[in-house]
Design a binder for this molecule. Structure first.
Ligand code: NCD
Length: 307
């Protein structure tokens, strides 16, 4: 179903494909945890190109590659590549495409993943394109929701923080609409979800409420998805200073929130969840980061026909 496909945005997926990815990930989770030596991708080489900082996305992809018996070539610093000599993205990709079986790329420019895919014969996975999309994060978010909540539908989920620049919420919003969840968007006025995304989600039938009142949103939410204010996307540092730290979730707020609320965050966190929340049983953000490994193993094997 996914063999040979690029992974560029969440709108490309059908529910059937989501179920396949989740079930494949669950199977890899079992196999890894049993201590099995997995060789599904033996003989393959994957390029991991990160033109923007990353901890979880790059290292969980590279761990997935290693755990599948494939090999990885990495470019974690654009300054060390010919990009710094002025090479275009198209030429860089066309070259690397001749070396490997899959290309994973993170790049600061929105739309860059599509350019890469247009210049590659092998599948391209978007590891984040500027303030655009981050589909593999949304897939691991979905896998986490299934594990934490058992079902994917019928929840009320609050998206909190920088909804304008946060690519993870742009991606996850689509899955939440597809799975018939109600969404509440909570952000300062200057960081609201882009109107074109809200309109698209509503056109899919999603019920969406927008507010600045975090406590009220938490009192009716089954899940809260907290995001970092994306400092690197601000043109003017003063604008960042005005909104940083606007919403900070602490233990007292969680005590007043809907019982059993699950807290997700793509990480890294700066200060938007205080550490006194970490031992709350519904604080799932580190489990969420661990789930990324299995979801990325599933994706890699599905697109290369090795699942
Ligand atoms: C996110 C990203 O890069 O968009 N991080 C991640 O991949 N887990 C979120 C962020 O940087 O705030």
């Amino acid at each position: 179903m996914l063999k040979g496909k690029d992974i560029l945005n969440t709108a490309q997926f059908s529910l059937q494909e989501l179920n396949l990815i989740i079930n494949t990930a669950a199977n890899f989770e079992k196999r890894v945890k049993s201590g099995e030596v997995i060789r599904n991708m033996e003989g393959q080489v994957v390029a991991s190109l990160f033109f923007e900082p990353s901890t979880r996305t790059r290292l969980s992809f590279e761990t997935a590659i290693n755990r599948l018996g494939a090999r990885v070539i990495t470019m974690a610093n654009a300054a060390s590549s010919s990009v710094s000599k002025g090479e275009t993205l198209a030429d860089t990709i066309r070259t690397i495409d001749g070396y490997v079986d899959v290309i994973i790329m993170r790049h600061p420019m929105k739309g860059s993943a599509k350019i890469a895919a247009d210049n590659a014969t092998h599948p391209v996975i978007n590891g984040g394109d500027g303030a655009g999309q981050h589909p593999t994060q949304a897939l691991l978010d979905l896998y986490t929701i299934r594990k934490e909540k058992e079902v994917l539908d019928g929840h009320t989920i609050t998206f909190l923080g920088d909804l304008k620049n946060g690519r993870t919420v742009h991606s996850l919003g689509y899955f939440m609409a597809l799975c018939k969840n109600k969404m509440i968007f909570v952000s300062p006025k200057s960081l609201k979800m882009p109107v074109e995304i809200t309109a698209e989600l509503r056109s899919l039938g999603a019920e969406i409420e927008e507010t600045e009142d975090v406590e009220k949103a938490l009192s009716v939410s089954d899940i809260v998805y907290v995001t970092r204010v994306q400092r690197e996307r601000f043109e003017n540092p003063e604008d960042y200073e005005k909104v940083k730290g606007v919403y900070i979730i602490n233990r007292e707020m969680i005590n007043r929130a809907k019982k059993g609320i699950t807290i997700l965050h793509p990480l890294p966190r700066v200060d938007e969840i205080s550490t006194d929340v970490d031992d709350y049983e519904g604080a799932a953000y580190f489990r969420q980061a661990h789930n990324g490994l299995y979801v990325r193993m599933a994706l890699l094997t599905l697109i290369t026909g090795r699942a």
